[in-house]
Write a protein that binds this ligand. Structure first.
Ligand code: CTP
Ligand code: CA
Length: 228
């Protein structure tokens, strides 16, 4: 198949992307995790590198091949992801939070493997994890473009777009990539569909496409936001 020539519009741009899903340890052998494969974040990294960017990909538990010319930093927990993102963000012109960050972690991490014992276990106690995207926004320089992701379903409070618009407001990022989730959607699939929601109120639908094509559309949306 003929390969479309990609624009080199991100030439030399420093891009920082998180991908995958964090694992919150309970003990040395167990964790609380999620189903994120990392494919969307990897596709964003691959496409950005193809368009000329210098890409660092902070990958949480993603079992995927390293894309060409991408610097991959592996992490496990939300705390590790946070440390790497906050440390590296000041050098980046674009920061993309596509990782699925655990909202909660076990309050205690057992030093040794938890044994079954004779009775039922105590209830699992959880605490909130810090909101990394919100911290990145709070510490940003004016020239940094910050992109968030959201996977939403409709519920009694409103539809997917309602939740996406509120999340964009709450997070304060420049662009929110909103995906509708549900049966056979977004998680562990090759395809994705959704919207790009911009801080200035613009909204653009993303048709159902392969994740690499969605990645191209996200970069097409980011490019005009970049500081000259
Ligand atoms: N995110 C983050 N740190 C967290 C949780 C989420 O940086 N502790 C980022 C995600 O990487 C994503 C965006 O915030 O880019 C939205 O994540 P989401 O889970 O949809 O938002 P929450 O604020 O956690 O809201 P909720 O899960 O209740 O919908
Ligand atoms: Ca969440």
């Amino acid at each position: 198949a003929r390969r479309e020539a990609l624009p080199r519009d991100l030439d030399g741009r420093r891009v920082l992307i998180s991908a995958g899903g964090t694992r919150e340890p309970l003990d040395p052998v167990r964790f609380l995790g999620n189903r994120s494969s990392g494919r969307q974040g990897y596709a964003l990294a691959r496409v950005a590198a193809q368009r000329g960017a210098e890409v660092t990909l902070v990958a949480a538990n993603a079992d995927l091949p390293t894309p060409a010319a991408v610097h991959v930093v592996r992490v496990g927990s939300a705390e590790e992801l946070r440390t790497e993102m906050l440390r590296r963000a000041p050098d980046a012109e674009v920061v993309v939070m596509s990782a699925a960050v655990a909202d909660f972690r076990p309050t205690l991490r057992a030093e040794h493997k938890i044994k079954k014992g004779a009775s039922d276990p105590a209830a699992l106690e959880l605490v909130r994890n810090p909101d990394i995207l919100a911290e990145l926004v709070a510490r940003r320089t004016p020239d940094t473009v910050i992109v968030g992701f959201a996977a939403e379903t409709g519920d009694d409070a409103g539809d997917v777009l309602h939740h996406g618009r509120h999340k964009l407001q709450r997070k304060g990022c420049d662009l929110l990539v909103l995906n509708e989730v549900g049966e056979g959607r977004a998680f562990e699939t090759e395809d994705n569909e959704g919207w790009l929601l911009y801080a200035d109120g613009r909204e653009q639908t993303l048709p159902r496409r392969a994740k690499s094509e969605l990645a191209s559309m996200v970069w097409d949306g980011v490019f005009p936001l970049l500081h000259a």
